[in-house]
Design a protein around this ligand. Structure first.
Ligand SMILES: [Zn+2]
Ligand SMILES: [Zn+2]
Length: 608
């Protein structure tokens, strides 16, 4: 990768331009191009002023991410069959499938001169080519050119783009605030999405909301086409209590039901905000634009805060070498940040394949990319040195395995890395005994293993969504995802930074379960003085859980030892226990498993 960065590119590399002449739907309902349609794409490439030498190549590539048919030149009857032709007399085209999603079209016979064209038909056979299952604006077909036949290629300046619309309504989401005080006004978000959680469905219909005593809320709301499947309704929480709303959506092909998260109405309750601070757009290896990412987080997932963290040096385009992409991300973050309502953070993913991945968040409008591919920032310590003194934070993720595990030999910077991501679409990195453990796990490299050696973290979950669905990554990812709960009175960058630094967080695999944990009044994330001579032998552990649904088990993890209790599928559970006083270096946290698979982890309480 580093070698590729240093390669000299000939001025003819990446020359010319390309556009889509026509998209013909082969399989699918009439109307715009939709997810999983089969289509034929007629693409024109026109050589630039320097042309292409004999032995040079034009590369045609579809998004490598998420189930596009591969362009192939072998079987005309199979999907993805791709042809290349030219009217330039004497030019012979030699398409070769070079693996993955790339078709290389070799230039032979004579040079392709300036202005001469090649027509590429992707999906030329009777079955066309099947496009992916995630809707987005600005999907690309990528073309790159090796103009001087030295084997080094470059993307053409503007790859052709097109939009993919969502499928039919198949999923409904209802979100209310987790915490309110009696008398507080609130909003309920109702979102109608397609079967894979894509936004932008064609939907006109009605949502019926279950009427609950103690809550003022309309009992029905109409969706028009201009709502694009997202609607907010206003209510007032009159009486203390715990409320879960059932919402029935009528008007789609099938009836949809959503069950809201629990809403806890209680005087003096500490507000919880929900966020997803790790995900990708089509600027690196994900789906959809940065702007749509934040819109989805707010208007479909109902998050309170979000960060987009595209890769520094990974994916189709590299952020570290594209100031215009970084500028675009900053603009999208600035345009969607609305303190008090929805807070957005600037970020990127430091994508080291040696030391593991870390996403970097900035709590200010501006920030730099310290790239893992840059010699100056290639290990975590160098990254922290570069970030020192800034309103920034780093998060190790998929630390126990997945695509690459974390090199824990670098002790996390106590100021810049107070939290760690323990769950995402990749699975769970908390401990080997956790449900939904990460793929390719490395024993001994789990977060609990490094807590035992004295590292100190609060926990968060993140989507690490690549499908453009921050906050709802579980819909299309076999239930795996992550969310971060943060205890903070105010919803703005400075308050989030303060709460995260203080580890007032907990992690879930996508659920919005409410939990409270304290020992002798010190809440999760906090630090207790360790036991010393003359102290009482016990201290008081308090736990309160309000499930999204039925709560199955509670694991109490104390410095590596687990004790499990069956909670009997209750919706709420509360207990106060005397436990032996924590000794120096001990940590204590809980893990809650619901019947649906929803899993929640408190941040540990430490005795240091
Ligand atoms: Zn990663
Ligand atoms: Zn990531």
């Amino acid at each position: 990768m580093k070698l590729d960065q240093r390669l000299e590119r000939h001025p003819s590399d990446g020359g010319g331009r390309a556009w889509i002449e026509r998209i013909l739907k082969v399989v699918g309902k009439p109307g715009p191009l939709r997810v999983l349609d089969h289509a034929r794409f007629e693409v024109i490439y026109e050589a630039g002023p320097l042309g292409i030498d004999v032995g040079g190549e034009v590369y045609f590539q579809v998004s490598p991410f998420w189930s596009w048919d591969l362009p192939q030149d072998r079987n005309p009857r199979a999907r993805g069959y791709t042809t290349a032709s030219t009217s330039a007399e004497g030019v012979v085209l030699e398409p070769v499938w070079v693996g993955n999603e790339i078709l290389a079209i070799g230039i032979a016979g004579r040079r392709l001169e300036a202005g001469e064209r090649i027509e590429i038909v992707y999906g030329a056979g009777p079955m066309g080519a099947r496009i992916d299952r995630f809707s987005e604006r600005e999907e690309h077909l990528f073309l790159s050119v090796d103009g001087n036949a030295d084997g080094i290629r470059q993307f053409v300046a503007e790859s052709p783009r097109f939009d993919i619309a969502a499928g039919p309504p198949g999923f409904a989401n209802a979100v209310v605030p987790t915490t309110l005080e009696p008398g507080d006004p609130f909003e309920m978000l109702i979102a109608v999405l397609d079967y894979d959680g894509n936004a932008g469905v064609d939907f006109e219909g009605t949502a019926e909301i279950q009427v609950l005593e103690g809550i003022e809320l309309p009992s029905r709301v109409d969706f028009t086409a201009s709502d694009a499947g997202s609607k907010r309704i206003e209510g007032i929480a009159r009486e203390p209590g715990v409320y879960r709303f059932q919402v029935e959506v009528h008007g789609a092909e099938k009836e949809l039901t959503a069950r809201s998260n629990p809403m806890v109405v209680e005087a003096g309750i500490q507000p919880i905000r929900w966020g997803d601070v790790h995900g990708h757009s089509n600027l690196s290896d994900g789906t959809g634009t940065p702007e749509d990412y934040f819109t989805y987080a707010k208007d479909y997932a109902g998050l309170d805060f979000a960060a987009l963290t595209d890769h520094d040096h990974w994916g189709m385009q590299f952020l570290d070498g594209s100031p215009e992409l970084w500028k675009r991300i900053k603009a999208a973050v600035a345009a969607t940040n609305r303190p008090g309502i929805f807070t957005t953070l600037l970020g990127y993913e430091w994508t080291s394949w040696l030391h593991g991945h870390r996403h970097v968040l900035y709590f200010e409008a501006d920030g730099e990319i310290y790239s893992s591919a840059d010699d100056r920032y290639e290990n975590p310590r160098q990254l922290w040195d570069a970030l020192e003194g800034q309103a920034a934070m780093t998060f190790a993720h998929h630390s126990a395995g997945g695509p690459v595990s974390t090199n824990w030999a670098y002790p996390p910077d106590p100021v810049l890395e107070p939290l760690t991501e323990i769950v995402s679409v990749h699975g769970v990195s908390e401990a080997y005994d956790a449900p939904g453990v990460i793929h390719n796990p490395m024993r001994g490299n789990f977060v609990r293993d490094v807590l035992k050696v004295g590292y100190r973290f609060g926990f968060i979950g993140s989507g690490d969504s690549h499908d453009g669905h921050p906050g709802l990554a579980y819909v299309a990812n076999e239930g795996a995802a992550g969310l971060a709960a943060v205890f903070t009175d105010n919803l703005d960058r400075a308050s989030l930074q303060e709460a995260m630094r203080a580890r007032r967080t907990y992690a879930t695999n996508g659920a919005r379960t409410y939990i409270e944990v304290s020992i002798d009044g010190v809440p999760m994330g906090g630090t207790l003085p360790p036991w010393k001579e003359g102290d009482p032998e016990t201290q008081t552990l308090e736990i309160r859980i309000i499930g999204e649904g039925a709560i199955k088990t509670l694991d109490i993890i104390r410095s590596g030892a687990i004790s499990t209790s069956e909670l009997g599928n209750v919706l709420q559970w509360k207990a106060e226990r005397e436990i032996p006083r924590l000794r120096r270096g001990e940590f204590h946290y809980i893990r809650v498993l619901e019947q649906t698979g929803a899993t929640v982890w408190s941040s540990p309480i430490y005795a240091d």
